[in-house]
Design a protein around this ligand. Structure first.
Ligand code: C2E
Ligand code: MG
Ligand code: MG
Ligand code: MG
Length: 288
């Protein structure tokens, strides 16, 4: 049988390819151990209302506290589990961890919704919404609207029908959606109109250079205009400076997130960060 297949797929005899598969396998095993050993954690990045400066929520961002390599960002380990069932295991862990965090913050008087990034593989699991319902029922004191799901524009476009149905089911549970990295996924306006999303997040690549690149400025401006016309809240990612914030406010951008506001931080650091964040008056003075 190997001989027969070997005619057109000679690479199965390629030792380099075998080695690659072996490395992949070892990396996955290491990741499974990390999940079991509690080496993963979530950091949280605040999202603010541009008008009032009010903190309206946080985005949960996965980190790996690797015993030898230190704190690893997702770009260094998510590719290893790409399109495998481990993405689903990770996704469930992230959702559960976010729900526990919401419970803990509620006890400390912090009522900020958490945005969780959902991978396309996870969203398209056939019983995604049932699993989400089960999760919510384990945390009866957490209102479903405190959990928001961020889905990549490209994911929502990939298997549109299935994604749309799942998203609608989740919304019936009271869970809202944000469309992440908007502008990078080639969705048409028709698609956008169909998508049951409550927030459009314009990709940071456009925001970063908007002050120096006219094309990027035009894209940011158009997305803000369109979101306002469609009556959809929109958020600018990658707001790194006050100049960005001021320009976005002038364009009518509602919400923002970025290093200029706060870097992602451990859950324990958030209460202190909140106490230092400007009041409504200070924000007005700062941005106007
Ligand atoms: P994303 O969801 O678009 O998250 C925004 C990324 O931009 C984060 O990188 C954040 O730290 C970074 N960022 C925020 N503000 C700024 C800024 O002002 N300037 C710059 N240069 N970067 C900024 P991070 O944490 O490395 O995450 C990268 C991506 O990994 C995320 O992009 C998301 O797609 C994915 N990811 C993160 N956490 C999870 C997770 O729990 N599950 C899944 N499936 N994906 C995740
Ligand atoms: Mg995101
Ligand atoms: Mg994004
Ligand atoms: Mg991104």
């Amino acid at each position: 049988r190997a001989k027969q297949r070997g005619r057109d797929t000679f690479h199965i005899f390629d030792p380099d390819h075998d080695r690659l598969l072996q490395v992949r396998h070892e990396q996955r095993q290491r990741f499974i151990a990390a999940l079991d050993n509690n080496e993963l954690c979530l950091h949280y990045q605040p999202q603010v209302d541009m008008c009032s400066g009010e903190v309206v929520g946080v985005e949960a961002l996965i980190r790996w506290q690797h015993p030898e390599q230190g704190l690893l960002p997702p770009a260094q380990f998510l590719p290893v589990i790409d399109a495998s069932s481990l993405e689903i295991d990770l996704g469930e862990w992230v959702l559960e961890t976010a729900m526990r965090q919401l419970t803990r913050w509620a006890k400390n008087g912090i009522a900020l919704p958490i945005n969780v990034n959902i991978s396309p593989t996870h969203l398209l699991v056939s019983d995604f919404s049932q699993r989400l319902a089960a999760l919510l029922s384990r945390y009866p004191h957490v209102p479903p609207a405190m959990l928001k799901l961020e889905v990549l524009e490209s994911a929502a476009m990939h298997d549109t029908q299935a994604a749309l149905e799942t998203m609608a089911e989740c919304q019936r549970l009271g869970v809202n959606f944000a469309i992440d990295d908007f502008g990078t996924g080639f969705s048409s306006l028709t698609h956008l109109r169909q998508l049951p999303v409550n927030l459009i997040k314009i990709d940071q690549s456009f925001v970063r250079d908007m002050l120096s690149d006219q094309d990027d400025m035009a894209i940011v401006e158009s997305v803000i205009y369109m979101a306002n016309r469609f009556n959809r809240p929109m958020l600018a990612e990658g707001v790194e400076t006050l100049a960005h914030a001021k320009a976005l406010i002038a364009l009518g951008c509602e919400l923002a997130q970025g290093y200029g506001i706060a870097r992602p931080m451990p859950a324990e650091a958030l209460p202190m960060w909140l106490t230092h964040w400007p009041t409504r008056e200070d924000w007005k003075a700062l941005t106007h």
